[in-house]
Design a protein. Structure first.
Length: 336
């Protein structure tokens, strides 16, 4: 369900201690457009969540979040699938959800915050799926195991110095660790084993990579990548996924869609929610939130390039299904 709203001024939550170049640029933008907002400087993620929750309970129609995916996740968790709509002014390292929604993100030349503000002022609202992992709301992605450990190892100092490359540096560091044994149990009875699990509500992961090609944040489903092997094989299969060919060649990855499932591990493993470290656990339960999330977004974003990509992926799946059927008819064996 999509509709439009309008409002004169907006409560805006932001982190006043942002030290990156993008963060400082965002602060300058907020100060120069202060007439458009009622500014609320947050102390930390918990403060942002609590403020957002207070606004939702009081019936505020729109709450804005200026920052990266961490700030955004805190505000989303506070809104909790309420009737309050979220507006996004992206100013972080990755800005994955903003990219997913077609909201302009910062680049080397410009912050693009003015364009993002114009989208907010246009007032078009999309309702997108909201899910929970052990009760914590997320809107874009989650991970159990390897990628969460990479995030756990990546400090804010590393991100400020090296940007997205900092995650690659951490990945190299943790690549040789002994992997855990995980089991994914879906609510419909399906069971899968692996060493790491990535979960996508949208198609994007870690920036512009379409790691979940079949995903939509309006289909009431999550897309799972269940990695069967660790080490170089995990990295190789991840690269194949980023290239959109994870099911065209010999792969140790299972691609699954489910609305509700539980991931259990033989030892405590890290968890990430929307790109932010969320602690460790031996069990993570994924389920739909009570309500969808209302987001101020560009109108008609599902068309254009996204429509072309979806058409290409539909053709791609038909080719793979035909090739698999031919292999089975000739050899009598199902392809790996």
């Amino acid at each position: 369900m999509n509709h439009t709203v309008s409002q004169a001024r907006y409560p805006l939550l932001f982190n006043p201690n942002a030290r990156s170049q993008k963060g400082r640029r965002a602060l300058r933008f907020l100060m120069s457009h202060a007439q458009d907002f009622v500014l609320y400087a947050t102390r930390d993620a918990d403060d942002a969540r609590d403020l957002a929750s207070d606004f939702a309970r009081s019936g505020e129609p729109i709450v804005l979040a200026a920052g990266g995916d961490g700030t955004l996740n805190a505000v989303i968790h506070g809104l909790g699938g309420s009737q309050t709509a979220l507006g996004v002014l992206p100013a972080g390292t990755m800005n994955v959800f903003a990219r997913e929604m077609g909201i302009p993100v910062p680049n080397m030349q410009t912050s693009n915050l003015k364009k993002a503000l114009e989208i907010i002022q246009a007032g078009f609202i999309r309702e997108v799926d909201l899910f929970e992992a052990n009760g914590q709301a997320f809107v874009q992605m989650a991970g159990v195991g390897f990628d969460a450990q990479v995030i756990e190892e990546t400090t804010s100092e590393m991100k400020n110095l090296f940007g997205p490359m900092s995650y690659l540096m951490s990945a190299v560091k943790v690549l040789g660790d002994q992997p855990p044994s995980m089991t994914v149990r879906c609510a419909d009875g399906r069971v899968f084993d692996g060493v790491a699990v990535l979960v996508g509500n949208g198609s994007l992961y870690g920036g512009q990579m379409k790691l979940f090609p079949n995903a939509s944040n309006e289909d009431n489903m999550l897309d799972l990548l269940i990695f069967k092997e660790s080490g170089y094989k995990l990295v190789l299969d991840s690269i194949k996924g980023m290239a959109g060919v994870i099911d065209l060649v010999d792969s140790s990855v299972e691609y699954v869609q489910a609305d509700e499932f539980t991931v259990t591990s033989n030892r405590e493993v890290p968890i990430e929610i929307d790109g932010e470290y969320a602690g460790r656990a031996t069990e993570v339960a994924f389920s739909p939130a009570k309500n969808k999330l209302k987001v101020l977004a560009p109108e008609g974003q599902e068309g254009g390039l996204q429509q072309l990509w979806n058409s290409w992926m539909n053709l791609h799946r038909k080719i793979v299904e035909k090739a698999n059927a031919d292999i089975h008819s000739i050899t009598g064996q199902s392809p790996k």
